[in-house]
Unconditional design. Structure first.
Length: 307
């Protein structure tokens, strides 16, 4: 069973940090989370000597001063969570490389990163994380107010979607009154003409098939029966699947958007992109949870065939 015990939060010393720390505390309150790691990375912590002339030593940022600054911010939100351990790490090197290294060493279950819109920063990190590593990632938009009353899960009935549902139900993301909207996006294949059925008839057949599959999901997860709903959305030709999913999440006023992602090689993602990247591109305001199987290895050809 997947149990969320150890999470990591990526900080960059901007206003985004407070949003992430606040969200981490929200998840940690009354949950199975035991420890939260906060990490900040710098390409170099050394400052050339000539730039220090005329400056007081105590105003020059150092590893210890950065750590103290972060610890002060963290204490504001975690002081009332004595059962949750916190640890601040200040690392030197590339952000993605250092985060993934710490995640592997500390057996991290989930990584929280910021999704910037207007704040300072390139915003490239989320895309890099989607293309690198196998850790599950929660993207939190800037200025997000933590709440979790309704979640939307993109459902295609694959093993990865089943994994996402299972982890939703057995982690800190599951709240007693959480309503779960399951959206299934389908398209009527052009081959329906060869079967002698009308477009409308085959459309209804597709909807009926999806409803049957959803009943099987409810049998597998009985706890969903009282609070999960299936929404069927037809994808027309040239419609962007990522845009459809985000639009439906906004319509349902979801507080969280959940995807189960199959691991892909970085090269294949670079060439083709993925549904997850499309959702991230269109999603500016809703926290996005991307669950991944940390034991999965997928090659370049598999990634090409699955996109």
């Amino acid at each position: 069973m997947y149990i969320l015990k150890r999470i990591m939060v990526a900080l960059d010393l901007t206003d985004m940090d407070e949003t992430l720390i606040r969200y981490a505390a929200f998840l940690s309150n009354k949950s199975t989370i035991e420890k939260v790691f906060f990490i900040h990375t710098e390409k170099s912590l050394e400052i050339p000597a000539e730039l220090l002339d005329g400056l007081e030593r105590d105003v020059v940022p150092t590893e210890s001063s950065i750590r103290n600054l972060i610890e002060t911010k963290v204490a504001t939100y975690f002081a009332e969570l004595p059962n949750v351990q916190v640890e601040v790490q200040v690392a030197e090197g590339g952000p993605v490389k250092e985060m993934l290294r710490l995640a592997e060493r500390e057996d991290i279950n989930l990584l929280l990163v910021g999704r910037k819109l207007h704040l300072r920063g390139s915003g490239v990190l989320p895309q890099k994380l989607l293309r690198t590593g196998k850790i599950s990632v929660l993207f939190v938009p800037e200025n997000n107010d933590p709440k979790l009353n309704r979640a939307l899960v993109a459902l295609d009935f694959s093993e990865y979607c089943m994994m996402a549902l299972d982890r939703m139900l057995h982690s800190a993301l599951n709240r007693p009154n959480l309503v779960i909207d399951c959206i299934h996006v389908y398209e009527v294949p052009t081959g329906y003409i060869t079967l002698g059925e009308s477009y409308k008839a085959f459309d209804q057949r597709m909807q009926g098939f999806a409803s049957q599959k959803f009943e099987q999901v409810l049998e597998k997860f009985p706890e969903l029966k009282e609070r999960a709903h299936l929404r069927l959305v037809k994808q027309e030709y040239n419609d962007d699947l990522g845009e459809i999913i985000v639009l439906e999440a906004k319509r349902s006023q979801a507080d969280l958007l959940v995807l189960g992602a199959k691991g892909k090689s970085a090269a294949a993602l670079f060439l083709l992109g993925s549904v997850t990247e499309k959702v991230l591109r269109h999603n500016d305001h809703i926290p996005l949870m991307v669950f991944r199987n940390d034991k999965e290895e997928v090659g370049f050809l598999d990634a090409l065939l699955d996109t």
